[in-house]
Design a protein around this ligand. Structure first.
Ligand code: NAP
Ligand code: G4F
Length: 369
C-alpha cells in the first residue's frame, strides 16, 4: 500500500485509541499528540505501544497541545502526515459550563491553529494532506427537526457546542477558501468500555457493576429524561477513516438512527445484573445543565450511501459490552479489597513495598520521529 501517515490529536482519548488501532491494522504509520500531564494518560493506548528502540515501530507519540500553534506546525513538518484527525477537545458538555473559555480555546481556536498549520504544511511541502474534524451532534442542540441530517440547522446549547459550531464552519471554510481536503464528521454519541467515567453511559455501567459487587450503594445522576442516539466508538472511527478516503471532501452525519433515554439505559444496565435501579439512583442537581439537549436522533443515510458505512453494534449489545468490561473491573476491585487493599495504601506503604509499574509509553514520548 502507498505510504500513509496519520497524525491524531486526542490519541489518548476514547476515539483516539480506537482510531489508532484501526489505522495500525491498515498499515499506517501513526503519530499521536499527547498533552504533558503529571500522571500517565496513555492507558487507552498502552496495548498498542512498543518501545521506539525496538525496531520498526509504527506508533509514535509526541508531546503537543492544540493551544500551541508553533508546536503543531513543527510537528506536521517533522511527521509529514498524509492524513490529520483532529480529535482533541475538552469534550465534556457539563464541564464546558464551568470552563467556557478553556473549552472555546481548545475546541474552536485549537482547531483553527491546526487548520492553519495544515494549510501552510500543504502549501510548503506539496503534500495534499487530508483533514478530519471531530464535529458533534451537540451542535443541533435544541433541535429544529428530528431526525437530524447534514441539512438540519444548528442550535447549540452549551459553550462546548458553540465552540464545535465555530470549528465546524472553519473546517468548511478552509475547504472552500483554500481547497483543503477537509471533512466534518457530525458524530452522535458513541460509547465503549473505554469511555471516560464521567459520561453518563460509563457512569451507569460502572456503578451497576460496582453495586453488584458491593463496592458502592448509590449512583447520583441528573436528567434521566434526556434521549441520545448511542452508538459504539469502534464502529464510528471506521466512518472517520472512510471520509478521508473519498474522492471529494464533504460532511457526514454518523449515527445509529435509534434513540434511548437515560432511564432506558438504566433499565438495560441494571437489568443485566438483576438489580432495580430505582433503589440505588438518586438525583443530584449538580448534574443538570443550565441548558439541556433533550433529544438527539441522527439520520446517517448519506454516510450509508456514499461511504458504505453502517453501525454493527446496537444499543443493547453496546450496554452488554460495557457491562461485561465493568463487571470484570469490579470483580478485580473486589478481589483486591477482600485481600486487604485499600485506596491510599500506596501513599503510606514504604517505598520498597510498592510494586513499580511496568514501563509506560508516556516515559518514552519523543519530540521527533
Ligand atoms: P475524550 O475521550 O474526552 O478525549 C479527548 C482527547 O483530547 C484526550 O486525548 C485529551 O487528552 C485531548 N485533549 C484535550 N485538550 C487538549 C489540548 N488542549 N491539546 C491536545 N489534546 C487535548 O473524547 P472522545 O470521546 O474520544 O471524543 C473525541 C472527539 O470527538 C472530541 O473532539 C469530541 O469532542 C468529539 N466527539 C465525541 C463524541 C462522543 O460521543 N464520544 C461525539 C461527537 C464528537 P488528555 O488525555 O490529556 O485529557
Ligand atoms: O454522557 P453525557 O455527558 O454526553 P453528552 O452531553 O451528550 O455529550 C457527549 O456526546 C456529544 C455528542 O452528542 C459529544 F459531542 C460530547 O463530547 C460528549 O461525548 O450526557 C448525556 C445525557 C445528557 O443529557 C445529560 O444531561 O445524560 C444526561 N445525564 C444525566 N445524568 C448525565 C448525568 N450526564 C452526565 N455526564 N452525568 C450525569 O450524572
Amino acid at each position: 500500500m502507498p505510504d500513509k501517515t496519520a497524525l491524531i490529536t486526542g490519541v489518548t482519548g476514547q476515539d483516539g485509541s480506537y482510531l489508532a488501532e484501526l489505522l495500525l491494522e491498515k498499515g499506517y504509520r501513526v503519530h499521536g499528540v499527547v498533552r504533558r500531564a503529571s500522571v500517565f494518560t496513555t492507558q487507552r493506548i498502552e496495548h498498542l505501544y512498543r518501545d521506539p528502540h525496538s525496531g520498526d515501530v509504527r506508533l509514535r507519540l509526541h508531546y503537543g497541545d492544540l493551544l500551541d500553534a508553533i508546536c503543531l506546525r513543527r510537528l506536521l513538518n517533522e511527521v509529514r502526515p498524509t492524513e490529520i484527525y483532529n480529535l482533541a477537545a475538552q469534550s465534556h458538555v457539563r464541564t464546558s459550563f464551568d470552563e467556557p473559555i478553556h473549552t472555546a480555546e481548545v475546541v474552536a481556536i485549537g482547531t483553527l491553529n491546526l487548520l492553519e498549520a495544515a494549510r501552510d504544511y500543504r502549501d510548503e511541502t506539496g503534500i495534499n494532506v487530508r483533514f478530519y474534524q471531530a464535529s458533534s451532534s451537540e451542535m443541533y442542540g435544541k433541535v429544529i427537526e428530528t431526525p437530524q441530517t447534514e441539512r438540519t440547522p444548528f442550535y447549540p446549547r452549551s459553550p462546548y457546542a458553540c465552540a464545535k459550531v465555530h470549528a465546524f464552519w472553519q473546517t468548511v471554510n478552509y475547504r472552500e477558501a483554500y481547497d483543503l481536503f477537509a471533512c466534518n464528521g457530525i458524530l452522535f454519541n458513541h460509547e465503549s468500555p473505554r469511555r471516560g467515567e464521567t459520561f453518563v453511559t460509563r457512569k451507569v455501567t460502572r456503578a451497576a457493576a460496582r453495586i453488584r459487587f458491593g463496592l458502592q450503594d448509590a449512583l447520583y445522576l441528573g436528567n434521566l429524561d434526556a434521549r441520545r442516539d448511542w452508538g459504539y466508538a469502534g464502529d464510528f472511527v471506521e466512518a472517520m477513516w472512510r471520509m478521508l478516503q473519498q474522492r471529494r471532501p464533504d460532511d457526514y452525519v454518523i449515527a445509529t438512527g435509534q434513540t434511548h433515554s437515560v432511564r432506558e439505559l438504566l433499565d438495560e444496565a441494571f437489568g443485566i445484573v438483576g438489580l432495580d435501579w430505582s433503589k440505588h439512583v438518586r438525583i443530584d442537581p449538580q448534574y443538570f445543565r443550565p441548558t439541556e439537549v433533550d433529544l438527539l436522533l441522527g439520520d446517517a443515510s448519506k454516510a450509508r450511501s456514499q461511504l458504505g458505512w453502517t453501525p454493527a453494534v446496537a444499543f443493547k449489545q453496546l450496554v452488554r459490552m460495557m457491562m461485561d468490561a465493568d463487571l470484570n473491573l469490579a470483580r478485580q476491585e473486589r478481589t483486591l479489597f477482600d485481600a486487604g487493599y485499600r485506596e491510599g495504601n500506596i501513599r503510606t506503604a514504604p517505598v520498597e513495598q510498592i510494586a513499580l509499574p511496568r514501563r509506560s509509553s508516556a516515559e518514552a514520548l519523543t519530540a521527533v520521529t
